[in-house]
Design a protein. Structure first.
Length: 271
């Protein structure tokens, strides 16, 4: 197997941005139907490992944690809810001291040729959810009255991304939140997301290119490691927007190095 570049390295790879000013409409389960006007840019993507002590949620919007899991089968939905949900809720509470935490929306993904559209990696630079969908999900999970009480306080959307087996091919790139302006963001609509082709639309953002963007990735990500990043924060003083995208790592050319991972989200509320 061709191994990733050394920890002090970077790679140059294509990041798929959106045309500035364009709203994308994405059908995850039927991608040929999508309207996703793209502009591809070769970007330097730095290994995060040499910078692990410098990168932080409150400054860059993401962090890598060593977090072993007791889950044996991420394709068993019951086991994920019974075992993995409590793990990620505890992780987020330890990470930011939230008063209430709820988990939802886990999806397993793979870049295998046998994988259907709905579970393939997402190659366009995007932010999963904005305020509209954050509020809708919270109401769906908690009910309108309790949701409004928690949404009146500071609330944060956290993304958690864990390999099911070590990731060599098609890694995830994260854009440093401190380099992203709101003017870089274009509205997006996802029709039929989270593995459910009939799901109501989800609203988030796609990223337009800027040379100020700094991209990072973790080479050779292991299944006892978890990437955590912020996708939304109701308090504007915090770095709240971390666009992300899968990319083709040119340093890895083994066709058998299939990428599989689980990606989910957590809402954290602060009283």
């Amino acid at each position: 197997m061709t191994t990733p570049a050394a920890d002090n390295s970077s790679v140059e790879a294509v990041i798929r941005y959106v045309v500035p000013g364009e709203k994308a409409i994405f059908y995850p389960a039927d991608r040929d139907r999508s309207y996703w006007p793209a502009v591809e840019h070769r970007m330097r993507i730095e290994s995060m490992r040499p910078h692990a002590s410098e990168l932080a949620l409150e400054r860059n919007g993401f962090v890598l944690l060593r977090e072993p899991t007791k889950v044996r089968n991420f394709y068993d939905a019951d086991e994920v809810k019974r075992v993995y949900y409590p793990e990620v809720l505890d992780l987020v509470r330890r990470l930011n001291g939230a008063a209430k935490v709820i988990a939802f929306g886990e999806v397993t993904r793979s870049d295998s040729k046998q994988t259907g559209d709905g579970r393939l990696p997402a190659y366009g630079a995007h932010v999963d959810y904005g305020d509209v969908t954050v509020r809708q999900f919270t109401q769906d999970i908690l009910g309108r009255e309790e949701a409004e009480r928690w949404l009146s306080m500071r609330h944060v959307l956290m993304n958690l991304w864990r390999p099911i087996k070590p990731v060599y091919r098609t890694p995830l790139a994260l854009c440093d939140a401190s380099t992203v302006l709101h003017s870089d963001l274009n509205d997006s609509e996802v029709r039929g997301g989270l593995g459910d082709a009939n799901r109501a639309s989800l609203y988030g953002f796609n990223l337009a290119h800027s040379p100020r963007h700094r991209w990072y990735y973790y080479p050779d990500l292991r299944n006892d490691e978890t990437l955590v990043w912020c996708g939304y924060d109701s308090d504007p003083q915090f770095p709240s927007i971390v666009p992300h995208a899968a990319f083709k790592d040119p340093s890895v050319n083994d066709p058998k190095a299939e990428r599989t991972n689980v990606h989910g989200a957590v809402y954290a509320f602060f009283d």
